[in-house]
Design a protein around this ligand. Structure first.
Ligand SMILES: Nc1ncnc2c1ncn2[C@@H]1O[C@H](COP(=O)(O)OP(=O)(O)OP(=O)(O)O)[C@@H](O)[C@H]1O
Length: 238
């Protein structure tokens, strides 16, 4: 569904991606783990068109989107939920959700999106008229996911959804991601929380200083001595 070939991305003189190859098949959860600064966020920003590659190709549903504008990628239902969530604090929860459907003209489709969001996250329904700034961090992450789902994604790319959240909330966020996948959304997940993110993944990639260094099934990576030593605190995942 998504095929990335020899992707190179620079920030001026700094090479952030140095020839990345990666595939996401329809229906998968694919997780990318790696240390701070490895290039994970840069990869997602390039896939959503916020950054342009110096070299390489991105093929989505059989066509190259390497030079496609970000809003056209959104129309093709390739959706990015950025690190930090990008919630507009002073707008209401519902207004934030509607921003996720800004390009959709069919009112019924928008209404259906709201109903789906509120079914998935009842807390957002209860508070829909309140400013988003009144939500907790975990609830804001739920809002960011729900806003992404308003665009009815085929592929949902999530950048560090568990960042800064309490363990019980993290568990909830991962369950939601798995549920969205079971309902048909393909997921590309960037995470520091390697153990949890690999345990819900069909396949995973390890990224180090702009390169993919390890690729395999989620369970394979969870049991890989290199991954255990570097990303799972030296303990085999149980
Ligand atoms: N706006 C920028 N200008 C210059 N260099 C940048 C910029 N953003 C990122 N970089 C550099 O690009 C490299 C990759 O950064 P990136 O944010 O993609 O890594 P990451 O794996 O997502 O890490 P993190 O988990 O910290 O977000 C790093 O060396 C980083 O310092």
């Amino acid at each position: 569904m998504l095929s990335i070939r020899d992707l190179h991305v620079n920030y001026g003189q700094i090479a952030a991606l140095k020839g990345v190859d990666l595939d996401v098949n329809e229906g998968e959860i694919v997780t990318i783990i790696g240390a701070n600064g490895a290039g994970k966020s840069t990869l997602l920003k390039t896939l959503s068109g916020l950054l342009s590659p110096r070299l390489g190709d991105i093929v989505y549903e059989g066509s190259s989107i390497t030079n496609m504008k970000p809003h056209h990628r959104v129309e093709k239902r390739l959706i990015h939920i950025p690190e930090g969530r990008a919630i507009i604090q002073r707008l209401t929860i519902e207004e934030n959700l509607l921003m996720g459907a800004y390009h959709i003209k069919d009112r019924r489709q928008i209404e259906e999106g709201l109903v789906r969001s509120y079914e998935l996250f009842p807390i957002l329904a209860e508070r829909r008229k309140l400013p988003a700034g009144t939500l907790s961090g975990g609830q804001q992450q739920m809002l960011a996911i729900a806003r992404g789902m308003m665009a009815n994604p085929k592929v949902l790319m999530l950048d560090e959804p568990s960042l800064g959240l309490a363990p019980i909330i993290i568990q909830e966020i991962f369950s939601i991601i798995r549920k969205l996948n079971e309902q048909g959304t393909t997921i590309l997940l960037v995470e520091q929380n390697a153990k949890k993110a690999l345990s819900i993944a069909h396949r995973g990639y390890v990224m180090e200083t702009g390169h993919i260094t390890i690729a395999g099934a989620g369970t394979e990576l969870l049991n890989s001595p290199d991954v255990i030593a570097a990303y799972l605190g030296g303990h085999k995942a149980g």
